[in-house]
Design a protein around this ligand. Structure first.
Ligand code: HEC
Length: 137
């Protein structure tokens, strides 16, 4: 096969992979996670996860950036740590810390009427984690 068609075949294959349902599903999970982030986290952690959003400026501890989670963990996204931190399952030295315990409060800005719990919230938190993993620098 001439080299050109090999390259074309490779491009075709790439295209196929890019459009696979799995890829599309992952992309929509990240998009949904981004929406949740914008509503529940960005006011403190910054629009793009850069930290110190406007709502955190008056806090004792400014909210840290969330794009450097992997960098601060030897290049590996600390998914379990982040999950537990968000849910409020980690022991904290400071019970008055400003970071909400989302297992207790749910996602009040995503579901202002309440009513979402259990599996819905679990899926939402997975999407949020996918989004956070995708913004690591
Ligand atoms: C009211 C402000 C506020 C909101 C809203 C908030 N956070 Fe935080 N967050 C903080 C503060 C302040 C800290 C650091 C102090 C601490 O350890 O509690 C923190 C710490 C964290 C950490 C630990 C980072 C590290 O490097 O140790 C993670 C992860 C995190 N937040 C994720 C989130 C996510 C995801 C959301 C949205 C679902 C969110 N936070 C919403 C204020 C906030």
């Amino acid at each position: 096969m001439p080299r050109f068609s090999v390259a074309l075949a490779a491009v075709g294959l790439l295209g196929l992979t890019a459009c696979s349902p799995e890829y599309a599903q992952k992309r929509s999970a990240v998009k949904h996670g981004q929406l949740i982030y914008a509503k529940e986290c960005s006011q403190c952690h910054g629009v793009s996860g850069e930290g110190a959003g406007s709502a955190s400026l008056g806090l004792g501890t400014p909210a840290p950036d969330l794009v450097g989670l992997s960098a601060r963990n030897d290049g590996v996204f600390p998914r379990e740590f982040v999950r537990r931190f968000i849910l409020g399952l980690l022991e904290t030295d400071d019970p008055e810390a400003a970071m909400p315990q989302f297992a207790k409060v749910g996602l009040p800005h995503v579901y202002p009427q309440g009513g979402a719990d259990g599996e819905v919230l679990e899926a939402d938190f997975e999407d949020l984690l996918d989004y956070l993993a995708s913004i690591q620098e």
